[in-house]
Design a protein around this ligand. Structure first.
Ligand SMILES: [Zn+2]
Length: 293
């Protein structure tokens, strides 16, 4: 066999292998109408990964540091280097600390935030990355009434802020969202305090939007007693409550009074500090849940 011929043959085999690999990869990517919502195990902080049935991906918060990258590698294929939308509920370190690494590793099209600044160096660096034109990242300020269509019948509705939150305390200005896929709904609250929860209850009672009722509630502020007021939990009426907190964290989150309130409502309480990553799958009708250490 002449040398050039052998070389061509090897090239062909390699190309064929790559083609087979890509074909298998795209088969694995078939989501069969399933929405995935994963509450990542990032320690004391929040990070929620969403993948719609059409494959669009979104990350809400990035936890305090690099742990988010390890967690994302568990819920995304290794060759996937893009996350369509990233949302920061507010600019506190335990929510945006890992986002610099996320934006550096994954190509992102849209960045959503409340617009309330923080003095932290992470926030300043994050804003610098977002403003950089070469990243082609579109910044959107979250306001009530906005709906993000994630494809495949999944939408994310923004419930708060309903105003320009400039001057508000960062937790209070947390972006509160409701993720809806068919019959299944998730209420995601960042570190929103009881005063905002109760405000949302009063607004929702006027029946303007989809309402607060949801299958899954991510308890505000890591289960701290400053959130999860009784009237709010009653209005949401969740089957599952997820608490995202670090093991043996110095804030003693979650608070026992909050756990009592949630237990009284009969909600199934799932905690990242005890169970690790918490994953929900929905076909639009039924919700299943799994945990992975
Ligand atoms: Zn927090």
């Amino acid at each position: 066999m002449s040398k050039p011929y052998k070389l061509r043959l090897i090239t062909l085999i390699v190309l064929l292998l790559i083609a087979i690999f890509c074909f298998t990869a795209s088969l694995n990517e078939d989501r069969k109408g399933i929405l995935t919502v994963a509450f990542l195990d990032v320690g004391q902080g929040d990070s929620i990964f969403i993948e719609s049935p059409s494959g669009n991906q979104m990350l809400i918060d990035g936890g305090p540091g690099k742990a988010v990258l390890r967690e994302l590698s568990k819920v995304m294929p290794f060759y996937d280097r893009s996350i369509d939308v990233v949302l920061a509920t507010h600019a506190d370190q335990d929510h945006i600390g890992g986002l610099l690494d996320v934006l550096n590793k994954y190509k992102t099209d849209i960045f959503i935030e409340s617009g309330v600044p923080s003095e932290s160096s992470t926030y300043r660096e994050l804003e610098k990355i977002i403003e950089k034109q070469e990243k082609n990242l579109k910044k959107i300020l979250a306001r009530r009434g906005m709906v993000i269509d994630l494809g495949g019948g999944t939408i994310l509705e923004i419930l708060f802020p309903d105003r320009d939150p400039t001057g508000m305390e960062t937790n209070s200005a947390s972006v509160v969202t409701k993720l809806v896929y068919g019959e299944n709904e998730f209420l995601l609250t960042g570190d929103s305090p009881s005063s905002i929860e109760n405000y949302l209850v009063s607004v929702e009672s006027q029946g303007v939007t989809l309402g607060l009722e949801s299958d899954v509630l991510k308890a505000g502020h890591h289960g701290s007693k400053t959130s999860s007021s009784e009237s709010f939990v009653a209005a949401v009426s969740p089957e599952y409550v997820v608490i995202s907190a670090g093991k043996d964290n110095r804030y003693n989150h979650p608070n026992q009074e909050v756990l009592d309130i949630l237990n009284n409502f009969g909600a199934d309480i799932l905690r990242t500090d005890e169970q690790g990553r918490i994953i929900f799958k929905s076909d639009g009708l039924n919700l299943s849940q799994e945990t992975a250490k």
